[in-house]
Design a protein. Structure first.
Length: 292
């Protein structure tokens, strides 16, 4: 199968849920009713955000609704703002340019916003994020609500029982995590996860159509441990600075060091680089709190 050159990078999630039959399945799980394949029209934009990887899928359902979905492996409290920008771009694409100047009311498809989270940080099974929570003022006439679902395999999310396509994606990711944690190389872990999903009839149509190398390419782009480590270290530094300013620099840094020790994902050297603390000070704090 020839590979298609793209100016952006599709995430595995985006590539899977470009299929209308899977979108139909997700729609049924979210709304409890059916939409025909003929009524589904993909509307995903290119180049909406700055990252090179596309995690978002949007589609028109029967000209009544625009469903905007984004997959997240990192918790992001700014999703309402992202969705607000995204929705504005979709409406500008959907309606005539002279629409704002017409006197008769223009009928618009109703927007619905969803985030599907399957990162490693703890999260509720379901929660909501509102744009108004970011406003400084107490009074606002604007609101946008994003419904978020934890789609990790063991999350207990009811949505995974309602949507077999989302469950298949969740199981596939969980299989890769288990196998790589057991020491299996990523390429072999992807092969085994694909085989398992086909045997369990989870996303089988997709995996049978795709070349293994294509799936691996999308997974490995996301599964860059060095990039993830750099981003997480940078974020930890930013959080440490914020907490330091709020509660006193020393106390804020102490809290960050303790949190990093508790997560057990960081080496002492990494923690030292983030906190600017010597190793012996970190070891002393860890032993004091029985974390080392």
């Amino acid at each position: 199968m020839a590979r298609v050159k793209r100016t952006y990078k599709d995430s595995l999630f985006c590539d899977i849920f470009r299929r209308k039959d899977y979108l139909q399945d997700v729609y049924r799980g979210l709304f409890g009713r059916d939409v025909s394949l003929q009524e589904i029209q993909l509307m995903t934009l290119q180049g909406t955000f700055f990252n090179d990887e596309k995690n978002d899928v949007s589609f028109l359902a029967g000209k009544r609704q625009i469903v905007l979905m984004e997959h997240q492996s990192t918790l992001n409290e700014n999703m309402p703002l992202r969705m607000f920008w995204y929705m504005a771009k979709l409406y500008r694409k959907q309606v005539p340019k002279d629409a704002p100047y017409r006197t008769r009311r223009l009928r618009l498809p109703a927007p619905c916003f969803y985030v599907f989270y399957n990162g490693l940080d703890p999260a509720p099974d379901e929660w909501e994020m509102r744009l108004s929570e970011a406003f400084e003022g107490e009074c606002s006439s604007l609101e946008l609500c994003v419904k978020a679902y934890n789609i990790n395999e063991m999350s207990g999310s009811r949505l995974l029982e309602k949507s077999r396509a989302l469950k298949g994606y969740s199981v596939f990711v969980a299989q890769i995590r288990r196998k790589t944690a057991a020491g299996v190389c990523l390429e072999e872990a992807v092969k085994q996860a694909i085989r398992y999903c086909i045997e369990q009839d989870l996303l089988a149509e997709y995996f049978l159509e795709r070349e293994m190398e294509e799936v691996f390419d999308m997974v490995s782009f996301k599964w860059d441990p060095e990039l993830a480590k750099r981003v997480q270290l940078q974020e930890a530094q930013e959080i440490g600075m914020e907490k330091g300013m709020e509660k006193g620099m020393e106390k804020g840094v102490t809290e960050i060091v303790l949190n990093m020790l508790k997560k057990k994902k960081w080496s002492l050297q990494d923690i030292s680089e983030v906190s600017q603390w010597p190793l012996d000070k970190i070891e002393s704090l860890g032993k004091m709190h029985q974390l080392l």
